[in-house]
Write a protein that binds this ligand. Structure first.
Ligand code: 13P
Length: 251
């Protein structure tokens, strides 16, 4: 079955406003291949301007990198999903390993963030993936299964159908070490089977699963050609328009 193809850039804590707008504009000015969606996850202060820039561009969406688990109130420094909705932001990253590791995003917090996103009509891009220690032990599939069981497998079918998943092995993030296309395919197929067992084959067949972890122009084509890999969530290589555009054209 043909699934949505997605190239998502996660700019993380990088770029000035000028640089972000310039990068966004140069991607918006490209012809995005038909059937491919491009998503740019930028810092909060840039989202409104990027969103306005992206409105007339078909298949270009802007994502937040995080949202609060709370709806509103005395939570200094936080950004609520309703605030993202109020500036027409359509996507949010939830469960990125950097949030889990450095900011205490536990499974329980992630469940609350997912609920906030759905309550405010924002589509989550849910990230999962194992650390090196687990990969070395050979338990990576069951580790990821537990991550899913504790979070997104608690969603009802209608909510689950709105997700984009990203498998990001932590040992491949920012390290230059990419999972091989076989390692990516193995995990993506395993995740799809878990979804089929939890929900239905139809749902499993329809959910885009992106690979993330040192995706670059040199390896994107091979990764994206795997049967169960529907695109990439790209960090470092999304910060330069040339390399990200090459990745977008790798499908
Ligand atoms: P890199 O592409 O820099 O390894 O980052 C991957 C990532 O964390 C995307 O969310």
């Amino acid at each position: 079955m043909s699934r949505r193809k997605i190239a998502a850039g996660n700019w993380k804590l990088n770029l000035s406003f000028e640089e972000a707008m310039q990068l966004g504009r140069s991607i918006a000015n490209q012809e995005i291949p038909s059937g491919v969606e491009v998503i740019l996850a930028a810092a909060f202060p840039y989202l409104k301007s990027l969103g306005e820039m992206a409105v007339p561009v078909q298949n270009l969406h802007i994502a937040a990198q995080n949202c609060s688990e709370h709806a509103k109130g005395a939570f200094t420094g936080e950004v609520a999903a309703s605030m993202l909705n109020s500036i027409q932001i359509s996507h949010v990253l939830i469960g990125h390993s950097e949030r889990r590791e450095y900011f205490g995003d536990t499974d329980n917090v992630l469940c609350m963030k997912l609920q906030q996103a759905f309550d405010n009509e924002i589509n989550p891009i849910y990230c999962c993936g194992e650390p090196l220690r687990i990969r070395k032990s050979g338990d990576h599939v069951s580790y990821v299964k537990t991550q899913l069981e504790e979070t997104i497998f608690k969603l009802d079918q209608d909510q689950f159908a709105k997700l984009v998943l990203a498998y990001e092995p932590i040992w491949a993030i920012g390290t230059g070490e990419t999972a091989s296309s076989e390692q990516a395919q193995e995990m993506h197929a395993a995740i799809r089977e878990m979804i089929s067992n939890q929900y239905s084959q139809e749902l499993a067949d329809g959910i885009p699963i992106l690979y993330g972890g040192s995706v670059k122009p040199a390896n994107a084509k091979e990764l994206f050609s795997q049967k169960d890999v529907d695109g990439g969530l790209v960090g470092g290589a999304s910060l330069k328009s040339d390399s990200f555009i090459e990745i977008i054209n790798s499908f």
